[in-house]
Write a protein that binds this ligand. Structure first.
Ligand code: IMO
Ligand code: MG
Length: 427
C-alpha cells in the first residue's frame, strides 16, 4: 500500500501538478488538505491543458476519487464553476469521484472584500494575496465566532441566524475601514448559498471517516499540497505567507490522516526560484536573466496572471523547506528553462550582517538583509527537452542537479525537462 505526499518546498508554483498527475495512475484517491482557490495547478495530458485551482488534480483521471479535505477554505461558487468547466469538457464530476468535507470552511463575499480592504491598508507592506478571501476565511476559522463550515450549510435555520449576525458585524467593521463600501445583504447571501448548498450536497461527507475506511481497505492515497513549505503560516516567511500549513505539517490537521500513515514523502522543487506577491527573496534577479527565466518558464500566475518574481535556486531556503516537510526524495522541475544561460548560480549559504550561515532565518528582517553566497556552475547551452534518461543530459545539467541534491541532502527521483508527461526522467 502506498500513501504518498507531494509537497512544494519553495514559495509555490513548483509544478506540483505534473508530479501529482504522474503518480495518479498508481493511486485510487487524491486528497487536498489545505488552501483553497489561491492554488493554480496546470496539468497537461492527452494533448490537453487543464488549469485546476480548488479541485484535486486526481479529478481528471477515471477511477480516482478526489477529496477536498477539512483543512480547505472553499468558495462554493468557484468550486461549482470549476466543476462545470470540467464537465463541459467531458470529464465526469459527481458525488462518487468528488468528495467535499463537511468540516471545510466556507468563503463568503465579505471575505473577499476584507481581503482587498486589508491589503489596501497595508500599502507598501501588502502581502500580495491572491485576493480570493483565503486569509480572511482562515482568520474567521481561527476566531470561531464568525465561521461557517460546509456542514452548516445544511442547517438552514441556524445558518440564517448566524449569517445575520456575521454580516451585521462585517458591515460595521468594513464601513469603518472604507466608508465608500456598500453594505452586504445577509438575506441575499443566505439565498445564494442555499442554492450552492443544494448543488454540492451529493459531494458532502465526513471525509475524515471516509479516508480512514480507505486506509483500512489498503487503498493507495496521494496527498496533494498546494503552495509550498516557505508559504506555510507557521514555518514560512511570516507574514509573507498564506494562512494555512502549506508544508507537509498540514496533512494531518487538514485531512485527519495521521502523518505516520504516509510512507512516501516527495518534495517538489523548481530548478530556480519564483515568488508571487510580497516578501523577501534573497536570490531574486532584477535583470535580463530574471526576465529571460520569466519568459522561457512562462512565469506568470495561473490564478492572478501576475508576473512571478524570478531568481536563482536558493538551496538555503529550499533545504529548510525539505527539512520542515521531512521529504525523502525530490522532483526537480523545469530544468529545461535554464538551458542557454552562460553560467548558473546556486545559493549555498547566506551572509547575514557579516556572518556566513546555512540556517534559514526565522524573521523577515534577517532574510531581507541576507546576501546570497553562490556556487557557480557553467551553463550547458543546449536544448534538453528531448532527454529521457539521465545519460541524455549534458554534463553541466547533471552537475546542476547533483549540486541541488548535495545541498538539500535528499536524492532526486524525478527530473522534469518539459511540461508533458513523457518529458520526465525517472531515477
Ligand atoms: P500554488 O498551489 C504561489 C501567495 C500569494 C501571496 C501569499 C498569500 O499554485 O503553488 P493568499 O491569497 O494565499 O492569502 O496569498 O501566498 N500564494 C501563492 N504563491 N503559488 C501558490 O499556489 C500560491 N497561493 C498563494 O501570491 O504572496
Ligand atoms: Mg500556481
Amino acid at each position: 500500500m502506498s500513501v504518498t505526499s507531494v509537497v512544494g518546498l519553495q514559495w509555490g508554483d513548483e509544478a506540483k501538478g505534473k508530479i501529482v498527475d504522474f503518480l495518479t495512475d498508481s493511486h485510487a484517491v487524491v486528497v487536498r488538505y489545505q488552501g483553497g482557490n489561491n492554488a493554480g495547478h496546470t496539468v497537461k495530458f492527452d494533448g490537453q491543458t487543464y488549469k485546476l485551482s480548488l479541485l484535486p488534480t486526481g479529478i481528471l483521471r477515471p477511477g480516482v476519487t478526489a477529496v477536498i479535505g477539512n483543512g480547505l477554505v472553499v468558495n462554493p461558487e468557484a468550486l461549482l464553476n470549476e466543476m462545470k468547466s470540467l464537465t463541459d469538457r467531458g470529464i465526469r464530476v459527481d458525488g462518487r469521484n468528488l468528495l467535499l468535507s463537511d468540516r471545510a470552511h466556507v468563503i463568503f463575499p465579505y471575505h473577499i472584500v476584507e481581503d482587498r480592504v486589508f491589503e489596501q491598508r497595508r500599502g507598501d507592506h501588502a502581502i500580495g494575496t491572491t485576493g480570493r478571501g483565503i486569509g480572511t476565511c482562515y482568520r474567521d476559522k481561527a476566531g470561531r465566532t464568525h465561521a461557517v463550515r460546509v456542514g452548516d450549510l445544511y442547517h438552514p435555520e441556524s445558518l440564517r441566524d448566524k449569517l445575520k449576525d456575521i454580516v451585521a458585524f462585517k458591515n460595521l467593521t468594513l464601513k469603518a475601514l472604507d466608508p465608500s463600501l456598500e453594505p452586504l445583504n445577509a438575506d441575499a447571501i443566505y439565498a445564494q448559498y442555499q442554492t450552492y448548498a443544494q448543488k454540492l450536497e451529493s459531494h458532502v461527507v465526513d471525509t475524515t471517516a471516509w479516508l480512514h475506511k480507505a486506509l483500512k481497505q489498503k487503498q493507495n492515497i496521494l496527498f496533494e499540497g498546494a503552495q509550498g513549505g516557505l508559504l506555510d503560516v507557521d514555518h514560512g516567511t511570516f507574514p509573507y505567507v498564506t494562512s494555512s500549513n502549506s508544508s507537509a505539517a498540514g496533512i494531518h490537521s487538514g485531512s485527519g490522516v495521521p502523518q505516520r500513515a504516509i510512507n512516501r514523502m516527495i518534495g517538489v522543487v523548481k530548478a530556480y526560484t519564483t515568488r508571487v506577491g510580497g516578501g523577501p527573496f534573497p536570490t531574486e534577479l532584477h535583470n535580463e536573466i530574471g526576465q529571460h527565466i520569466r519568459d522561457v518558464g512562462h512565469e506568470y500566475g495561473t490564478v492572478t496572471g501576475r508576473p512571478r518574481r524570478c531568481g536563482w535556486f536558493d538551496a538555503v531556503a529550499t533545504a529548510y523547506g525539505a527539512r520542515v516537510c521531512g521529504v525523502d526524495e525530490i522532483a526537480v522541475m523545469l530544468l529545461d528553462v535554464l538551458a542557454q544561460l552562460d553560467e548558473l548560480n546556486i545559493c549555498e549559504a547566506y551572509e547575514i550582517r557579516g556572518e556566513r550561515t546555512t540556517d534559514f532565518p526565522s524573521h523577515v528582517e534577517d532574510l531581507e538583509v541576507a546576501k546570497p553566497i553562490f556556487r557557480k556552475i557553467p551553463g550547458w547551452k543546449q536544448d534538453i527537452t528531448g532527454a529521457r534518461k539521465l545519460s541524455d543530459l549534458p554534463a553541466g545539467a547533471r552537475r546542476y542537479v547533483d549540486t541541488i541534491v548535495e545541498l538539500l541532502e535528499v536524492p532526486a527521483k524525478f527530473i522534469s525537462i518539459g511540461p508533458d508527461r513523457e518529458q520526465t526522467i525517472l531515477l
